[in-house]
Design a protein around this ligand. Structure first.
Ligand code: SF4
Length: 351
């Protein structure tokens, strides 16, 4: 008897092909996917508008097994709460997902890989190295698992957890087709952000100018020397090429590229850095999200870096804002539970 495979790994097209090949109708695929993603019914035998023979066939060949929540940590303040999940897949590999429930937004920060091979110096995930890509089903299963635990639907998605999403773009795109489809999970494209360290080759392939999801680029420096030091990807795709692509996008008030900028004391937080950024980008194309470095207590990996003083952060912000840029400072939610930007590490000990 064949081992069952996860139906969550199937795209609509793949399931349609499967149905036709096995003597069923093409439209049966959408019926099954609606049951799973819209109704959250994972038992094929209860899919009442589907023939008994298809139900039996699906039951013999597929399963819907959600990963296990191994541990959680919870943080709350007057505006809302954050919950970090340690999630284990069937091969025992673990990732972290973070639910940020502030005001009316229920944002889930998804992981796209087990570890990461990009080597960013300020990032805890980087210290894990790279193990493997997540499948599209594993990406989607983070949403289904967290929603089941939280008992509400996610409104916003950000790919800012473990891994570089563009380094696993096929599976990420496959998952996004189901996540953003209003007949399935139904999170609107404008509420989905894909973050990248700047894989220029993939950004070009994605047709960056017309990409329907929001893009956030981790910039983190104003010159090649500093950026290459903390982000090895910059040696392959230098900052001026990245800036040229970002600046080539047609200006849009509603879909500016977000430039994520982790501020590190004495390294990239000076007024001279802000001036270079002002020269490099246009306020009509980009907005800045400044993130004072999150540093885990006792983090050996980040031992050479310090979080800047609040006064330096505010001066940096003011300089950019006075030049017309929209600037936010993300004093990351979930910092006290190590679920802030660059802090995800899928620890099984001292989680
Ligand atoms: S910041 Fe993102 S791309 Fe860089 S190492 Fe960490 S997870 Fe990977």
């Amino acid at each position: 008897m064949n081992a069952k495979s996860s139906i969550l790994d199937k795209s609509q097209e793949e399931l349609e092909e499967y149905c036709i090949k096995n003597g069923f109708k093409k439209y049966n695929a959408e019926q099954v996917m609606r049951w799973i993603y819209s109704c959250r019914l994972f038992d094929f035998s209860k899919m009442s508008d589907i023939s008994k023979s298809l139900r039996k066939n699906l039951d013999e060949n597929f399963n819907v097994v959600l990963p296990e929540i191994v541990d959680t940590k919870y943080e709350t303040d007057e505006n809302g709460s954050s919950k970090k999940y340690l999630i284990k897949f069937s091969d025992e590999e673990t990732i972290e997902s973070v639910l940020i429930n502030y005001k009316n937004r229920k944002t889930l920060c998804l992981s796209s890989q087990i570890g990461c091979r990009m080597g960013c110096a300020y990032c805890e995930t980087s210290s894990l190295g790279f193990t493997r890509n997540l499948t599209s089903g594993e990406i989607i299963s983070q949403i289904l698992t967290v929603e089941k635990d939280a008992n509400f639907r996610i409104t916003n998605i950000v790919f800012m957890g473990m891994g570089e999403p563009l380094d696993n773009i096929e599976e990420v795109e496959k998952s996004l087709n189901i996540i953003s489809n209003d007949r399935f999970i139904g999170v609107a494209p404008r509420k989905i952000t894909v973050s990248t360290c700047g894989m220029l080759n993939i950004l070009k392939e994605l047709n960056f100018d017309e990409y329907r999801y929001k893009i956030a680029v981790s910039l983190n420096a104003s010159d090649n020397k500093t950026r290459s030091m903390i982000m090895p990807i910059n040696k392959k795709f230098p900052i001026e090429d990245l800036a040229a692509l970002i600046n080539s996008k047609k200006p849009s008030i509603h879909n500016k590229t977000t430039l994520e900028y982790v501020l590190i004391k004495g390294l990239n937080d000076g007024i001279e850095d802000a001036k270079k950024l002002i020269k490099m980008f246009s306020p009509t194309n980009v907005k800045f999200n400044l993130i004072p470095l999150n540093k885990e207590q006792d983090s050996a990996y980040l031992k050479n870096f310090e979080r800047p003083e609040d006064t330096a952060v505010n001066s940096f912000k003011l300089k950019l804002a006075n030049a017309g840029f929209t600037v936010t400072i993300r004093f990351s939610k979930a910092v006290s539970i190590n679920g802030g930007c660059g802090q995800l590490k899928a620890k099984t000990i001292n989680f």
